[in-house]
Ligand binder design. Structure first.
Ligand code: GLY
Length: 399
């Protein structure tokens, strides 16, 4: 364990108290590091909006095979992580081993899903091709138009709001100090990160600073150019409906599809909540819920599951995914000594929470980024001269 040079400071200051910042703080505190979190609303952020799919297999995209290795590693950690966090917080996080069904509505969709199936098989992932009739036997509310689908029994779900609340409690119980204010400026002293100044003027000193502020990570004042993370916001509008007991079970597992080129998913919770998402919009920091966004989601969901229009619509909300240039997170040391990143998780923040906590705690205590995270070191986006040396890794990742 590193020891703090700052008598009244922390070993670690985490800027950002979303699920990624909180899991980093919790895991760091568990390792004996004196840890502080700065965030005006800890437990908020994108997790307030996210559906909570743990979709390592069904969200596989071409060109993202490297990310697949990290996604699969984190999915494998989820059962034990959920158990440990529930014990530490006394709160259930809604982890549900429900599986996922990805379906096709027309022949183009079916061709796309067939290709995804082939890619999954080449990557060593388990999924099973079903006919339309077999899909409807599993999920009777599906439209007669469903032409086929992929059954993925290993893609589960968690409730991100409960996850965030449990992480906050676990942090408090582990002795993490929470400053409910915005970090305005990074402090740099002697060529290394030394803490941050909050909006109310409070100065926080720390041996190491973790920037985990989601899509806002690049906006912290005081960051030297070479350490500014290349993250941008990608807006997602999400709906929440309620399945009345008389309609249950409406869906028994996550159902997803690509409708007119847009990704659509319906995530049913045990408490009757049905989450429908999500738009994907490059509009800066705008979080307006629009009539068009709600219309498109409901129109597409209705095509997939016609009975959805009978359900009460209980919430509409928009959040911001923190996207990096290669859609993968930035984890570990930056070109500025003492400053680390845990951001850029894009579509996979909830899925990657367990592995991010483990990886960040390890690098904070030992200075070494674990092998599973080395392809995601921030230096991959830096100009060659500013790169932080990392051990060479193969492009091939085990599935
Ligand atoms: N992972 C789902 C989304 O980003 O919409």
């Amino acid at each position: 364990m590193r020891s703090s040079r700052n008598g009244n400071g922390s070993d670690v200051l985490v800027i950002g108290g979303g699920i990624i910042g909180l899991v980093t703080a919790w895991r760091a505190a568990q390792r004996g590091l004196r840890t502080t979190v700065a965030d005006p609303g800890p437990g908020g952020g994108a997790a307030r909006v996210a559906a909570g799919m743990l979709a390592a297999v069904t969200e596989l995209h071409y060109g993202e095979q490297l990310l697949l290795g990290l996604n699969v590693a984190s999915a494998a950690r989820y059962p034990a992580f959920a158990e440990e966090l529930t014990a530490a917080s006394g709160q259930d996080i809604g982890f549900r081993a429900c599986g996922t069904l990805a379906v096709a509505l027309d022949s183009d969709d079916r061709a796309h899903l067939r290709e995804l199936h082939a890619l999954q098989q080449r990557s060593g992932l388990r999924s099973e091709w079903l006919t339309g009739r077999e899909c409807r036997r599993l999920e009777p509310m599906l439209a007669p138009a469903v032409r086929g689908g992929l059954r993925v029994d290993g893609d589960h779900q968690v409730d991100p709001r409960r996850l965030a609340a449990a992480l906050l409690t676990a942090c408090e119980r582990a002795g993490v100090v929470l400053h409910r204010d915005r970090a305005e400026r990074l402090t740099v002293s002697g060529g290394r990160a030394a803490g941050a100044v909050l909006a109310d003027g409070t100065e926080l000193a720390a041996d190491q600073v973790v920037l985990a502020a989601g899509s806002l990570s690049g906006r912290l004042a005081g960051l030297p150019d070479e350490a500014v993370p290349p993250v941008r916001p990608v807006k997602g509008q999400v709906l929440r409906l309620t399945v009345p007991p008389a309609y249950a079970p409406f869906l028994s597992r996550t159902v997803r599809a690509v409708v007119r080129g847009s990704h659509l998913y319906l995530v049913p919770r045990e408490n009757g909540e049905l989450v429908v998402g999500a738009t994907s919009e490059e509009l800066g920091w705008d979080t307006t819920v629009t009539a068009g966004g709600v219309y498109e989601l409901l129109r597409d969901a209705h095509e997939l599951v016609p009975g959805i229009t009978e359900l009460p619509l209980t919430e509409t909300r928009a959040g911001l995914r923190p996207a990096s240039p290669d859609n993968a997170p930035l984890l570990g040391p930056t070109a500025l000594p003492g400053l680390l990143l845990a951001t850029g998780h894009h579509r996979n923040g909830v899925l990657l929470t367990p592995v991010t906590g483990d990886v960040m705690a390890e690098v904070l205590t030992s200075g070494e980024l674990p092998e599973v995270a080395r392809p995601f070191a921030p230096g991959r986006f830096a100009p060659a001269a500013a790169r932080v040396p990392a051990a060479p890794v193969s492009q091939e990742q085990p599935a």
